[in-house]
Design a protein around this ligand. Structure first.
Ligand code: RIB
Length: 305
């Protein structure tokens, strides 16, 4: 039902109370090797909640690639389409967590092999899915190809344009939903304020504002809607946006209306930031429904499926 096409990485995470200046060495607090990659994170966020997820991507022929594949399997994600690329390292992200916020250096490695040729090789499997979930850690030509493919086959595209790259604004119109933050929005709709941009693409462009929630414009009258975020004590915000996108895709696949799907995804995100690492805190369905962020009346949508 949900195809996630994107990056698979290992996150090398340093926790520190002091940031190093150029040329300086400081002693940090801790180090962790964790699963990450925006694609994998979004796939796991949707799968943990109960989504039927197929992953499309590439890993290298190294120990990290083997572990990434085992992790996808453990999470119940169909990874038959994930290719192992010879003589290539798996994708990695080098993350510094400082005061619950992060700075990331991303090395694509095998993720850059998610080319248009790769997508053509897996086109049949891709077109068997209803929802395409895409982010920006694979080549831009592949993103454009996927959006065009989805549009010509009546698929729903949920596009998280992170990290920020310049993509022609015409692609916004072709997606069902986009979930940029303020900075990423600037690349999609240069020279437009948030209000102008969301009113230009009502119920399509959903701007994520971190602790200030999500804003979008209503289709009928372009009135601005604001879905607040939940106030939590964050331990690590890495992957919060990915949890949002994965949970949002799952909620839409179950038929939740837009506003409820956004609130559902905000709840998943609120739980995820309370643990270190992108995937560690992503809630299971049981954890989400037991939390204060879940609304009983949403159950009717899930019970139908
Ligand atoms: O969105 C968070 C992710 O982006 C991390 O898991 C890391 O892999 C980075 O690329």
């Amino acid at each position: 039902m949900i195809a996630v096409i994107g990056s698979l990485s290992t996150d090398f995470v340093v926790e520190t109370d002091i940031l190093a200046d150029r040329g300086e060495t400081v002693t940090g607090r801790d180090f962790h090797t964790l699963f990450g990659g925006k694609g994998a994170n979004q796939a796991i966020a949707a799968a943990r909640l109960g989504g039927q997820v197929t992953m499309f991507g590439c890993v290298g022929d190294d120990v990290f690639g083997a572990e990434i594949l085992a992790n996808l399997k453990k999470e119940g994600i169909d990874s038959q389409a994930v290719e192992i690329i010879s003589n290539q390292s798996s994708g990695s992200a080098h993350i510094t967590v400082y005061q619950a916020d992060n700075a990331i250096i991303y090395i694509p490695g095998a993720n850059q092999e998610v080319t248009v040729a790769y997508l053509k090789r897996h086109q049949e499997a891709l077109l068997a899915e209803e929802f395409f979930v895409i982010q920006n850690e694979i080549p831009i030509e592949s993103i454009q190809y996927l959006i065009d493919l989805a549009q010509s086959h009546g698929k729903q595209v949920i596009y998280d344009p992170a990290p920020a790259i310049a993509l022609d604004e015409s692609y916004v119109e072709k997606c069902s939903y986009l979930t940029p933050n303020e900075f990423e929005l600037n690349n999609l709709c240069p020279n437009a304020s948030i209000e102008e941009a969301i009113q230009r693409y009502p119920e399509r462009l959903l701007v994520t504002l971190g602790k200030d929630g999500v804003t979008y414009a209503q289709q009928a009258d372009r009135a601005i809607q604001h879905v607040p975020a939940f106030s939590v004590q964050a331990v690590d915000t890495t992957g919060a946006g990915d949890t949002f996108t994965g949970a949002f895709a799952y909620a839409l696949s179950q038929g939740l209306p837009l506003k409820e799907a956004v609130a559902f995804a905000n709840g998943a995100s609120a739980l995820s930031v309370q643990k270190l690492g992108a995937q560690t805190g992503m809630p299971t369905w049981e954890e989400l429904i037991a939390s204060e962020y879940f609304q009983e009346d949403w159950l009717t949508y899930f019970e139908k499926n």
